[in-house]
Design a protein around this ligand. Structure first.
Ligand SMILES: O=P(O)(O)OC[C@H]1O[C@H](O[C@H]2O[C@H](CO)[C@@H](O)[C@H](O)[C@H]2O)[C@H](O)[C@@H](O)[C@@H]1O
Length: 390
């Protein structure tokens, strides 16, 4: 989606780096795609001490980071012949089935869902990784299938649809490639949504734009002031983790991610300590845990739940009884959105998980293939309903 702005804003235009990256000692090959060409500004107010030997790893053990890291993603299913392990897998399946009594399958409960949806406007919110694309080792290879793309496109033709991702908005748009949707990147801190009178205006973090088709859109970036800070932290993270095999740092514009999925578990405490040490110097940044990823983001009171509320308002769908928002996601960061929908019974959160998890979602789906089935079912139901009305 190429957007033309009537404003000249460094945030929108992503100009060439103002600072020579090699001066910072970072070879450009270490910079992931989303960072190349991103806006750099000379750090004025931040200085990061370069610690050669990070602490004694006591902090991250005592503050629970390590435990959170270990439990942050379900283990992959293995094809196991061993009888004892077969039994263990059966036990896991039994545990999953009993968990589903509390969080039933959205596919099994489809008729219940559409009963509530009758005479209502459904709005669809989708997470990307683990929801539309399967979790893979390399974040750059998390591609969605063409079948999923077409299911999402069909959904967007029938219902207002938005993707709310932890990735940068540009990156998630590159991966999805559909112009029929709205996109919110950086956990909702970078929203390209519809223009509505209710929330437009002269707020400094909000501006109107036109897309290629001339459709008016609104950009909302509540964390714009953090851009240089995130940039600097990203560069420091790249520098400080470069000796750890398998570590990968991504710049998502308003947040930075440190992946440890491909890092030997014995080095996880080191990764955690590096992030912990950097965060100590940035009281205005905080940590959240994703699936085998540590995410550093501004402390502002903004998250995927707020993004859902913002988009509903922009769509003119908030504070109405005839609206049914459905949010599908797999990650801890999606819980903020589930919470918003659960509060006041506004709509349905659907957790994508193949293992039992504590969640604020209402329903569950096992994996992206079930997500696709669910989206297709929604379209079939809507088309049937439309046909009956004509
Ligand atoms: O909000 P999302 O769209 O779900 O994005 C959350 C994070 O997704 C990506 O990481 C996750 O998926 C990768 C690819 O499958 C996987 O390798 C990684 O372990 C997962 O954490 C993305 O790379 C992160 O930056 C996002 O924050």
């Amino acid at each position: 989606m190429e957007l033309k702005s009537s404003h000249t804003s460094p945030v929108l235009t992503d100009p060439s780096p103002a600072v020579n990256k090699s001066r910072l000692g970072i070879p450009s090959s270490l910079l992931p795609y989303s960072q190349q060409g991103a806006s750099f500004s000379t750090p004025k107010y931040i200085s990061i001490p370069r610690k050669k030997n990070p602490g004694k790893l006591d902090d991250v053990r005592s503050n629970g980071w390590l435990d959170a890291m270990k439990s942050s993603s379900p283990p992959r299913k293995k094809f196991i012949k061993d009888f004892t392990l077969d039994v263990a897998q059966d036990d896991a399946e039994i545990a999953y089935c009993s968990w589903m009594l509390k969080y039933p399958s959205a596919l099994n409960c489809f008729s219940q869902i559409i009963k509530h949806a009758r005479n209502k406007r459904i709005a669809i919110f989708l997470d990307y990784d683990g929801t539309l694309s399967p979790i893979v080792d390399d974040p750059d290879r998390a591609l969605m299938s063409n079948a999923m793309r077409s299911a999402v496109k069909n959904v967007a033709m029938h219902f207002p649809t938005a993707i709310i991702s932890g990735r940068s908005r540009d990156k998630v748009f590159d991966l999805v490639g559909l112009t029929e949707l709205y996109y919110a990147g950086s956990h909702g801190m970078d929203i390209m949504g519809p223009v509505s009178n209710a929330v437009s205006g002269d707020h400094p973090n909000r501006m109107k734009l036109n897309d290629k088709q001339g459709k008016e859109l609104k950009l909302f970036q509540p964390a714009r002031e953090f851009l240089p800070m995130i940039d600097e932290v990203f560069r420091t993270l790249v520098e400080n983790t470069k000796g750890i095999e398998g570590a990968k740092v991504e710049n998502h514009k308003f947040c930075a991610s440190v992946h440890y999925r491909a890092v030997d578990e014995k080095n996880w405490p080191l990764i955690a300590q590096i992030v912990h040490d950097i965060l100590k110097d940035y009281p205005r940044l905080r940590l959240t845990h994703g699936r085998k990823v540590l995410e550093i983001r501004p402390v502002i009171n903004w998250n995927k739940g707020k993004a859902v509320e913002f988009l509903l308002e922009s769509l003119g769908l908030s504070s109405r009884d005839d609206v049914l928002p459905i949010y599908i996601g797999d990650d801890r960061t999606d819980e903020d959105a589930f919470k918003v929908l659960k509060k006041g019974n506004k709509g349905y959160g659907i957790l994508v998980s193949s293992v039992p998890k504590e969640t604020k979602a209402f329903y569950s789906l096992r994996d992206p293939s079930e997500v696709m089935e669910f989206l297709k079912s929604l379209v079939r139901w809507k088309e049937q309903e439309e046909a009956e009305c004509t």
